[in-house]
Every structure is written in structure tokens, then in C-alpha cells.
Design a protein around this ligand. Sequence first.
Ligand SMILES: [Zn+2]
Length: 108
Amino acid sequence: MKTSLKCSCGQRVARRDVMQQGFYMQHVSPSFVYVKFRCSRCKKLGQQFVKQEEWEDGLLNEATTEHTTEEQKRFAEMGSISLEEMKQFHLSLERADSVRELLTDETG
Ligand SMILES: [Zn+2]
């Protein structure tokens, strides 16, 4: 089954909607990829965790769109996550009840 990211309104999250992406490694597996996005339809902010094993490069790709050089550059920059971002990420995790709860919410 192919995983895709969706906003609560049902709009599929595309790569251009992604504001922040991180990687959350736990002491025990699975690890998670964290994605923060702004929905292109309802403009709401959302965040989701995807199990690393379910993450695939094509997840955020749109079927027909080719990325401009500008976009590629931007994502290359996003690839390196600063310590400050990681700190913010962990703080946001602490505020969340649990990763599993978020995942349950997502799949349910
Ligand atoms: Zn939405």
C-alpha cells in the first residue's frame, strides 16, 4: 500500500507544501520521518510522522510536475538540518502526547 501525506481536509501534501522535514530516531525501532506542511487548499499547518520504512522518495512527488532548479536548490538546503531545528523538533515531540498517538490518528 502506497503511503501518501494528506491534510485533514483531504488535500494531498506535495513537496512544495513542505515547510520542515526532519528525522526522529528512537532508541527502539521504528524511526520516523517528520514532515511539517502548509496545506495548499485550506492553508492550515499540519504535521505528520511517517515510519522510516514506509517513507519513500516519491512520497511527496507530484505525478506530472518537474521541479525547477530553484526548488531543487531549496530542497538541497532543507536536507541539512541545523541543531536548532532538531532542538525545536524534540520540543514539539515533548508537547505531543506520543508519536504513536499521532500515527494512530493518521491511519484511523
Ligand atoms: Zn487542508
